[in-house]
Design a protein around this ligand. Structure first.
Ligand code: E4P
Length: 213
């Protein structure tokens, strides 16, 4: 399983990219709205210059024509832009056109295996099931990853599963076990994944022993 970072913050992206573990970035309108001092297009350009892998940029339009117009403009910013489209009928119409045009897509706001299968058949490059938001309403977000991964494997579907709406490190581990191709992680959760108290204690002990020589 690969790691993407789920943020539009340039400092977070720069920092985690240096660790060598990040192969892509996802943004959404809520994350972009937090970035006050820069336009969406400028920020996307900056991100694509740092990260050579997929950078998801979401359309705001809710109708197919609007999505196609915005998506083509976003895709023109850099070759590694992936157009993020919501899981609606209009969205999938746009996805199937983008697929014919060679524009990569990430179908977002996936909450059922049926939605994931539809998005894949429309030609989505990625589907993004939202784990945390399902957990929030008392459903099992991780079970959805298992269902989608099983269906995609049985039917030899190439669309990649991005585990999204990640809330804690166990979401990441479990998503990997269940067959997600990618986890898109908030900066905070990615940092939590790095740390373990026994690692810190181990370093302290090694240094203390070393200094006793
Ligand atoms: C995915 O691409 C979304 O940007 C994101 O994971 C949503 O997460 P949230 O439920 O924490 O807003």
């Amino acid at each position: 399983m690969k790691f993407f970072i789920d943020t539009a913050n340039i400092d977070e992206i720069k920092e985690v990219f240096e660790y060598g573990v990040i192969s892509g970035v996802t943004t959404n309108p809520s994350l972009v709205a937090k970035e006050k001092d820069v336009s969406f297009e400028e920020r996307l350009k900056e991100i694509t210059e740092i990260v050579p892998g997929s950078v998801s940029a979401e359309v705001i339009a809710t109708d197919t024509e609007g999505m196609l117009k915005e998506g083509r403009e976003l895709a023109a910013i850099a070759p590694n832009i992936t157009v993020k489209v919501p899981m609606t009928k209009d969205g999938l119409r746009a996805v199937s056109t983008f697929a014919k045009e060679g524009i990569k897509t990430n179908v977002t706001l996936i909450f059922s295996a049926g939605q994931a299968l539809l998005a894949a058949r429309a030609g989505a490059t990625y589907v993004s099931p939202f784990l945390g938001r399902l957990d929030d309403i008392g459903h099992d977000g991780l079970e959805l990853i298992s269902e989608i991964a099983t269906i995609f494997e049985i039917h030899q579907i190439d669309t990649e599963i991005i585990a999204a709406s990640i809330r804690h490190p166990m979401h990441i581990i479990e998503a990997a076990i269940r067959g997600a191709h990618i986890a898109t992680c908030p900066y905070k959760v990615l940092n939590q994944l790095f740390t373990h108290p026994l690692t810190n204690q181990g370093i302290e002990k090694f240094l203390a022993d070393w200094n006793k020589r």
